[in-house]
Design a protein around this ligand. Structure first.
Ligand SMILES: NC(=O)c1ccc[n+]([C@@H]2O[C@H](COP(=O)([O-])OP(=O)(O)OC[C@H]3O[C@@H](n4cnc5c(N)ncnc54)[C@H](OP(=O)(O)O)[C@@H]3O)[C@@H](O)[C@H]2O)c1
Ligand SMILES: *[C@@H]1O[C@H](CO)[C@@H](O)[C@H](O)[C@H]1NC(C)=O
Ligand SMILES: *[C@@H]1O[C@H](CO)[C@@H](O)[C@H](O)[C@H]1NC(C)=O
Ligand SMILES: *[C@@H]1O[C@H](CO)[C@@H](O)[C@H](O)[C@H]1NC(C)=O
Length: 339
């Protein structure tokens, strides 16, 4: 607890007021710093597979978010929306230099990392990104039809090159497990500054968080709401109607979404909630004017079930698949050509 409090103060001390952002900044081990919360931009799936952004949908969300005080935007080559993200940044009231822009190397782009980043930069219409992540340790051929076994240590050497060239200010990883991080840390020249993984009420990731704290790797929390707003009965609770969550929301005059985001921030991770809805975008960043008590943090941590909402089962046969292997309940639910 003491550690969290000190880390919190340090982060606040680093907050640059002139930047106008609402979230404090988390120091990274390479000397840069990252906002403690950002906007997610992945639109999810429908019956046709990965959803395509409607005209201006993501562009507007990014502009609204920056105008509302976000300073971090998360995208990926695989989201097929970098053009809109770039326009959204350009069309906001916030200068590019004040934005922490995150994109990711696709699973099918690992033969030429530098070329992939240059393509992302072209779509974003930017000269650098603030953070470039390996989206996943698993690889596919460029046409995305077959597995390819490319050692992530080789990929990382090329990631280091992007940082040396200044095309990525910081570099990191996503969806790596602890043994993969161990192997990477033992064999790298530049350490990964950030790990992006799923963290929410149902998936606390206690081991990974401890590991990252020990190695000074900042953690960005994807799918921060887990199954909170799911209408599907299968995933475990809690839902937004949960009485414990609702009573905390009432106490602080906040929404259940805000309680959950605040909880994640207080546990030291940087959540990246996705929304394309202006009021919800504004609501989600409005969490830096209250604090949950240590007892409330304890209660919320009790929801953990080590339950994964994002489970790419269609990658299970790849040798670098990072998660637990399980029987696939309904293969039709999954979309092998996307991430
Ligand atoms: N590295 C990876 O492999 C990986 C994997 C998954 C996700 N990500 C990143 O993490 C981001 C967030 O994860 P996610 O999109 O899976 O899930 P999420 O952010 O936990 O949830 C998004 C859903 O919550 C809704 N929502 C947002 N704010 C709300 C609020 N205040 N009240 C009620 N509903 C609200 C959104 O709908 P509306 O848009 O309609 O508001 C959307 O349906 C992604 O967008 C992506 O950038 C990365
Ligand atoms: C910029 O945003 C405004 C609204 O703030 C919108 O009307 C306009 O179409 C956008 N322009 C571009 C080039 O994206
Ligand atoms: C790229 O950004 C520059 C300004 O930095 C702008 O003049 C140009 O129109 C943009 N290009 C595209 C294709 O949006
Ligand atoms: C981590 O990933 C490796 C593949 O690189 C896999 O063999 C191992 O089982 C994974 N560990 C866990 C705990 O899932």
């Amino acid at each position: 607890m003491l550690f969290l409090t000190l880390a919190g103060l340090f982060a606040v001390a680093l907050c640059d007021e002139k930047d106008g952002g609402k979230a404090p900044r988390i120091p990274l081990d390479d000397g840069n710093s990252m906002p403690a919360m950002g906007l997610g931009t992945f639109l999810g799936f429908d019956e046709n597979g990965q959803k395509e952004a409607k005209s201006m949908e993501v562009e507007n969300a990014v502009s609204w978010a920056l105008d509302a005080g976000y300073r971090m935007i998360d995208t990926a080559s695989a989201y097929n929306n970098e053009v809109q993200v770039g326009r959204g940044v350009q069309n906001s009231t916030v200068p590019r230099e004040h934005v922490f822009l995150v994109t990711k190397l696709g699973a099918n782009e690992k033969r030429d990392v530098l070329g992939a980043l240059r393509k992302s930069l072209g779509r974003l219409n930017m000269s650098y990104v603030d953070l470039y992540l390996i989206h996943n340790p698993v690889s596919f051929t460029p046409d995305h039809t077959q597995y390819e076994v490319i050692d992530y240590l080789d990929t990382w050497k090329q990631m280091e090159q992007t940082k040396k060239l200044g095309l990525a200010k910081s570099i990191g990883i996503s969806n790596f497990n602890i043994s993969q991080m161990d192997r990477l840390l033992a064999n790298c020249e530049i350490k990964p500054s950030v790990l992006q993984v799923e963290v929410n009420l149902n998936l606390a990731q206690n081991d990974i968080l401890q590991y990252c704290k020990r190695h000074n790797i900042a953690v960005m929390a994807y799918t921060p709401f887990g199954n909170l707003f799911s209408t599907d009965k299968a995933p475990p609770p809690p839902r937004a109607s949960d009485p414990t969550l609702k009573s905390m929301a009432t106490k602080y005059k906040k929404s259940v979404a805000q309680i959950v985001l605040r909880y994640l921030v207080q546990t030291g991770v940087a959540p990246i909630p996705k929304s394309v809805n202006k009021p919800r975008i504004e609501q989600n960043i409005d969490i830096f004017d209250f604090s949950l008590t240590p007892e409330e943090v304890q209660i919320l941590s009790g929801f953990n079930k080590n339950y994964r909402t994002v489970w790419p089962s269609f990658w299970q046969d790849h040798p670098y698949y990072p998660f637990e292997h399980k029987a696939v309940p309904d293969p039709d639910l999954f979309h092998p050509k996307t991430e």
